[in-house]
Structures are given as C-alpha cells and as structure tokens.
Design a protein around this ligand. Structure first.
Ligand code: BZD
Length: 832
C-alpha cells in the first residue's frame, strides 16, 4: 500500500490532539476545498464533522457486521419524526474526545463554541414524540442493542418561528441547505413505493383467489444513513431516512406525446413526498400527502427489513424471532396492512399464517388520548391511494368482528366501537384500532396514561385482549440532557460520585446524601448560577430584555397548546404583576417567567396565546413600578438547541396540563434532572416524578384526572362563578378583555376570554387557578430560603435516575422486543 495512504488511514482513527488537528487541516483542504485563511465557521464545522465521522465509520461497520454475523434479532423503530438536534457535541462526547477536539481547534486559533454553533439543528420532529425517538436511538446504541431508526429525510424540518409585532410567523427551515456531513447517501438502496391504481383478482398456481395491484404510480425511496454513536463508541447503530426520488420511467407516455415538460413536472411533484414535515402536533390533518408520507416510509422500511431478513432465511416463520417493529404512534400503522400485502400477495403466504407473523412482529406505542389527534383516514381516500390496503383492512376487520361476534352476544354498540371502520358520518379507518389489532403489545407512555388507555380509548379492546396493553414510562437520555447540556453540573457530579451515572443513571442516587452537605449545596448553586448567566445572556441576545440572574427562573417550554395551559401561567403572571404594583414596599422575590414554544401554523388560539404572552411581556417589562421584580420573556424558535441552554438554567419547571391530557411529558424529566423543582398537576409522568423525588420536593396542585373526569361527566362547571369568587382572577381577566395589554386592539383577546367564560373553560384554567397561585406562592416563599431550595433541587437531581431512557429502552427490550445486547467485534481495527 502507498505509504502516504497508509498513514492517512491511521490518522483517520487517531483520537489525540495532534491527529485531530492534522485531519482537520486535511479535511478542510481536500474535502471542503478551502484554505485556513478563507474558511468560514461553517466550513470549519463541516471539516470537524467529517473528521469525527471518519472516526466512527470502522466501528459502525463492525457493529453492522456483528449483527449480521450473529443473525441477531433487531428492533426497528418506525417513526415519522426524529427530533435529533445538533450532533457534533453529541458525537464528540459519546466518543470521549470533547477536550481533544477543543484543544485541536484551539491550536488552530478556533473556538469550539463557534464551530459547534455553526451546525444547524436537525428538527425532523414536532415535539415530545419525535424527541423520544431520538432519545431511544441514543439509549439503544449506548446499551449495545441492535436498534435501527426508520423515518423520512425531510428536506424542510419544523418551521422556524419568528415574532413579528408579537405574532408568530413561520419561515421555512433549511437544515440541508449547506449539506449534511453526518449522512451517507445510499443511491443503491432504492425501493419502489406505489400509489393509486387498482386491484386485479386472479387465480394463483394452485387455483386460489389472489390479488395484484396494477396501474399504480411509482415513486422510489432512497436511503440516507446516519451513524448513531452510542456512549463509549462501542456500538454505532443506524438511522435510515428515506428520500423520495422519481422513477426513471415516470409517466413515460408523456415523452412520446412530446409533452416533455409535463413529464418533468410529474417528476418534481412525486419528489414532494419527502419535502416537508407536517407541523401539527396533537391534531390530525387528514391531508392526502400526509397519508402518502406515512405509507412511503413504512413501505420502504418494511421492504428493507424483509430484504435483510431474507439474507439469512428462506421462509418467514422466523420473522418475529429476528425482527421487532415498534410503531411510534399510529403514523406507521399502515405497515400492518403493508406487511400482510407483502407476505400474502408477493410471497404467497396463507392469510392466517401471515397474520400470525405480522401480529407477532409489530408493537404499538400510543402517545395521546386527545380525540382530535387520533388518526382516522377516510375510507374513500385509502381506497383511492392504497386500494389493495383497503381490501386488506376490510378483510382483517371482517375476520376479527366475526370471531368477536360470537362472544359479544348481541352487543352491537360494542362491535361497532371495536370495528376498524368508524361508520358514523363519512366512513373512516381507525388507525388506532388497526395498530392495536395488528400488534402483540400496545403500550402507553406513563402509568396514568396507560390506565386511562384501558379505561377510555381502548376500553373495549382491553376487555378483548387483557394482556396486550402495558406501560412503558418515557425517559430521556442523560448523555444529551445532563452531560452535554449541563457541563457545570455534570462535572460537579462526576467529581463526587464518579462517572458511572452517565451510562447507569440509577447511580445518581448517590447524590442524595450530598443534599445535606453545605459545601456541595454551594457548589450546586454555583453550577446553576453559571447556567442562569448563560441563559440570561441568551435572553438578551434573542429578545433584548435584561433579566436578573438571581430571580427565580420560572420556565415553561413546550409546544403551545390549550391543554398544556400556558394561559394558566399567563394569568398567574398578570395576577403577580398586579400584586407587585399594589404592594410596592413589600420585598418581592424577583421572578423571570420564561416561555418558549411553537404553535401549529393553523392553530389560531395557540397563536393568539403567543401574542398575548408577548403583549403582557411588553407591558410588564416596561413598567418601572415593579422595579424589575418581574420579567416576562417568550423566546423565539424553541428547538433542541434552545432547550439545551434553557433547561439547565431553570429553577421552577411548569408542568401544568389539565390532568388526564398530557400522556407523559419528557421536558418535565429533563428539567427535574437538571435540578429544577416542578410545579405541576398530577398528570402524565408528573405522578411518577412525585413518587421518585418525594412529595416534599415538588409543588403539586389542581384537580386530579378522576376529578376532571367526574366534573365533565356531571356536565361541567360555571367558570363565571369561579371568576366572580376570585378577585385576582377576575381582575386579570378584566385587564385582558378590556385591552390593558392590547391598547391598539382592545378586542384582540375576546376569543380567549370567551373560551374561559361562556365557552365553558374546557381546559379548567379558571377551576385550577386558585390552587395554582397557592402553589406558586409556596414556591416563591421557599426560594427565599436558598439552602432549603438547593437541598430540594439536589434531591430532584438525585432521585431522577429512573427516568433515563436507558431504563425505558431496557423495559421495551425485555418485555416487548425480546432483543439483547450484541458486543461488536472491533478486533480488526485499531481504535484506542
Ligand atoms: O408524546 C407527546 C405527548 O403529548 C407527550 O405527553 C409525550 O411525552 C410524548 C412522548 O411520548 N405527543 C406528541 O409529541 N405528539 C406529536 O408530536 C404528534 C405529531 C404528529 C401528529 C400527532 C402528534
């Protein structure tokens, strides 16, 4: 081998400062094509990312080879969303070379922060569901589990949010504009995906009725692979995202007619499939393109999974022993009909055999009980777009209802609830029912949510299949959400208890005893203060507002939604503002209310709430009579990168959804792990957080899910009475409705006031207001006692170990997937 080649080859893997520096220079010149004088920060980011990627590739191949050689059972996580965020710090940190990289850059006169900041935030998701998928990828790789992510390589991720005159305005987000150094295009990994056309019946070789899908349009799914670096760099898994490509023969007929431009137009249109992420979180769109996206990535993934399986097997009997497919909500649930189609139509399996294999392979995670979020595609649309799948769904349904009828003895109402088809109004396919029926396990994402699934949406199914529903409480990866986002605290923790917590978060319990150690408390506070300074500077950069570092940072960061009740927080803000103005001589605990979150572009109420927060901020922040004791900021464009700055700096974590409506929450876990005290309702995983951190270390308020249920069952309540009996609530609402925050348009907030009064206050904002204010007062009083506050904050961090996504993923692996760690053989290569 050429000597120069060989030395480069070794250099590609060296992890010391000199080796990194040399390969940076080499990459800058030979791959980015710049010299050091002309290079921009973005050039350097690409350079460093490519050099880091080099250090991953051998181990990635080793990992994949080991899975192949062992014919290990793999888990395939099918998700329409992966909210990944930036990868540079993540990769360096999981490889253990953050300091080496920093020094190498330093020697080149570059700051690591500048390079890191040049990376776009990969926002291929809306919120919790997409971020959970990303945390699971990290946890699977960190534990050596053979896990693959499958999704869509959206050209445009979640929109960029800006405020114009206080209103949300959406801009396209172009994360791929300058290329993506982490991904490998796989132009040879290409699968056809069909749409439209019709179904032909024929007799197969043994004279049985069979079907083929003909005259369909075709699109190709092309793979892009991103390595998923596990902690320690032992296991490197794969995230495979599909991009739509036109087939070469697309509408060839048009060429013959001479209508060349028309054919090219068609080509462009078919590639729209992977163009953009739908920005709705918790509401269904019912748009045909969305259905096509769901089928597109599901079909390509299943074809890929079967191809991999068939490398080792000649029949499908072992598929459930070699592949577990997890459906992240119902978005990929059409995969159940697709696997049936592939097995029955393409591989000639008998129906019952195919169904048994399908059910044993799939499992389904539900993330919401909100009726408006449950997918139900019009039968007529599926008939048109996926005609063969509609037949298969009918067949699944008929067989199931026939079997069930015998036992349901005449309970037709129950049968119609169990049906895959909702016959009320326009006929629709209930994707939740399909997912349930086609899976061997169905799970909720917190203990409460899973119970409510059994009692509400899936009550009838639960009766039929009492062993199918199980709980898997969500978790978060401690690598990104503590180690990387909060170096100040994580270094402190490591000096005291070692670094075992990074891969086994239960070890963080060793901090419990440190809560009583004055010196540790002081150091814990110092770390928090450092993070608060960083956030304060960020706030000033983003909004121009100056905030007091020693005020309570009271943080509510999440998508804007009425059920999450940002309005409750705003009403408390206004009430507090009034109290401060009324009592200027009292020594108030200074409060900084930090909000951030995007609203779905068509969700008018959520956008109006954004405008209200900005309007309230304008009034409060410029009122000298509150002496800077209260500041309100709404940070624009909340995303993973912003979360990494905000969360470590929070003192108080707002988790205040109407009980029974937030399936789990995961921001609640990130904030508590970073030493914020939660103020929250007994909803989602808050219930379990209370159990772990202890009731003395959390501020719980408001109605319980049972109370909410009873109240609604008894016909609701009269918000007007509640408002009349609470002067501070009445005053706050009056100010909103008379234009105190919108002098330029006094009626602006009429819809909000209306919803909270004559509208019946569906989310029980007024009903929970008084108790929320009580809990807020308790928090503010406690904050005065900084030792006691810090003690509780430490106990939060110390008691959150169970909420690691490593624990969650292990539960899935053991109780649903039956997959086991594989230890890749890295013998052939010299890496450390
Ligand atoms: O899933 C969220 C729930 O609201 C949270 O309570 C829970 O913690 C997380 C993770 O389990 N659901 C979503 O984020 N849902 C969506 O983002 C979504 C996206 C598209 C369509 C429907 C819902």
């Amino acid at each position: 081998m050429d000597a120069r080649f060989k030395s480069r080859d070794i250099e590609r893997r060296s992890l010391d400062v000199d080796g990194l520096k040399r390969s940076f220079l080499e990459w800058l010149v030979y791959s980015v094509g710049k010299d050091a004088r002309a290079a921009t920060r973005r050039d350097w980011f690409h350079t460093v990312a490519l050099a880091v990627r080099d250090r991953v590739v051998d181990r990635w191949m080793d990992t994949t080879r080991s899975y192949y050689q062992e014919d290990a059972k793999r888990v395939y996580y099918l998700s329409l969303e992966f909210l990944i965020g930036r990868l540079l710090t993540n990769s360096l940190s999981n490889l253990g070379i953050v300091d080496e990289c920093r020094q190498a850059l330093d020697r080149l006169g570059l700051s690591m922060e500048d390079v890191v900041d040049a990376e776009p935030d990969a926002a291929l998701g809306n919120g919790g569901l997409g971020r959970l998928a990303a945390c699971f990828l990290d946890s699977m790789a960190s534990q050596g589990l053979p896990g693959y992510g499958y999704g869509i390589r959206y050209e445009f991720g979640l929109f960029e949010q800006r405020f114009e005159n206080g209103w949300q305005v959406e801009y396209p987000e172009q994360w791929l504009q300058f290329g993506n150094p982490w991904e490998f295009a796989r132009p040879e990994v290409l699968y056809p995906v069909q749409f439209y056309g019709r179904v032909e019946e024929f007799r197969d070789s043994v004279g049985e009725r069979a079907y083929r899908w003909v005259d369909a349009d075709r699109v190709l799914a092309m793979a892009y692979d991103t390595p998923v670096v596990g902690f320690g760099g032992e296991t490197i898994n794969t995230l495979r995202l599909w991009s739509a490509r036109a087939t070469r023969d697309f509408n060839f007929g048009h060429f013959n007619d001479g209508a060349y431009m028309k054919a090219v137009e068609q080509k462009i249109l078919s590639e729209n499939l992977s163009r953009v992420l739908y920005p709705n979180d918790a509401t269904e769109t019912g748009k045909e393109l969305r259905l096509k996206q769901e089928y597109f990535f599901t079909s390509a993934s299943l074809q890929d999974i079967l191809r991999r399986y068939l490398q080792h097997h000649t029949t499908f009997d072992n598929l459930p022993n070699k592949a577990a497919i997890q459906l992240n909500d119902t978005h990929p649930a059409i995969g159940i009909a697709e696997l049936m189609r592939l097995l029955v139509d393409q591989h000639a399996l008998r129906w019952d055999n195919a169904w048994e294999i399908t059910r044993a392979t799939f499992a389904y995670t539900n993330h919401t009980l909100l009726p408006e979020a449950l997918e139900a595609w019009p039968v007529r649309m599926i008939e048109r777009v996926l005609p063969r799948h509609m037949q298969i769904i009918y067949e699944i349904n008929a067989k199931f209802l026939n079997r069930t009828k015998a036992r349901a003895d005449g309970d037709n109402a129950k049968l119609s609830r169990l049906s895959l088809i909702d016959e009320r109004g326009e006929r629709r396919v209930r994707m939740g029912n399909l997912a349930f029926l086609g899976s061997h396990k169905v799970n909720g994402v917190s203990a409460l949510h899973t119970e409510l699934m059994k009692q509400t949406v899936f009550a009838d199914f639960h009766q039929e299949f009492p062993d199918r529903i199980n709980n898997k409480t969500n978790g978060i990866t401690p690598r990104r959400w503590l180690k990387q986002a909060n170096p100040a605290l994580s270094e402190l923790i490591t000096t005291r208890i070692g670094e075992g917590w990074i891969s086994d978060l239960s070890q963080i319990a060793a901090l419990r005893e440190k809560a009583d150690d004055v010196v540790f408390r002081e150091e814990f506070r110092r770390a928090k203060r450092k993070n608060k300074k960083r956030l304060a500077a960020y706030i000033t950069r983003q909004t121009g507002e100056e905030v007091l570092v020693d005020s309570i940072f009271d943080v509510q960061v999440k998508r804007m939604h009425e059920y999450k009740r940002q309005l409750l927080n705003v009403l408390h803000t206004i009430a507090l503002y009034n109290e401060m103005r009324d009592n200027p001589t009292v020594s108030w605990v200074p409060v900084t209310k930090v909000f951030a979150g995007k609203a779905a572009p068509s969700y008018h109420m959520a956008k109006l709430i954004i405008k209200l927060i900005n309007d309230v901020a304008k009034v409060v922040n410029h009122d000298p009579s509150v002496h800077d004791n209260l500041k309100v900021v709404l940070l624009p464009n909340y995303n993973v990168t912003a979360a990494e700055i905000i969360i470590p700096a929070a003192d108080l974590s707002e988790q205040i959804s109407t009980a029974g409506m937030e399936a789990s929450g995961t921001g609640n876990m990130k904030l508590a792990l970073n030493g914020a005290l939660t103020i929250g309702t007994l909803d989602g995983a808050n219930v379990e957080i209370r159990e772990h951190v202890g009731p003395d270390n959390i501020f719980i308020f408001g109605m319980t899910a049972d109370e909410v249920n009873d109240l609604r069952a008894s016909g609701g309540f009269n918000p007007r009475e509640v408002i009349a009996s609470n002067p501070s609530l009445k005053r706050a609402l009056d100010m909103i409705s008379t234009g105190a925050f919108s002098p330029d348009d006094r009626n602006r907030y009429h819809p909000i006031v209306q919803a909270l009064t004559d509208g019946g206050d569906h989310f029980l904002v007024t009903a929970d207001f008084a108790d929320y204010c009580r809990a807020q007062d308790a928090a503010m009083q406690l904050y005065r006692d900084s030792e006691e506050w810090t003690r509780k904050a430490i106990l939060n961090t110390a008691n959150m170990g169970w909420f690691s996504s490593d624990r969650t993923v292990n539960e899935y692996a053991g109780e649903i997937w039956d997959v086991h760690p594989v230890h890749p053989n890295h013998d052939g290569e010299g890496f450390r």
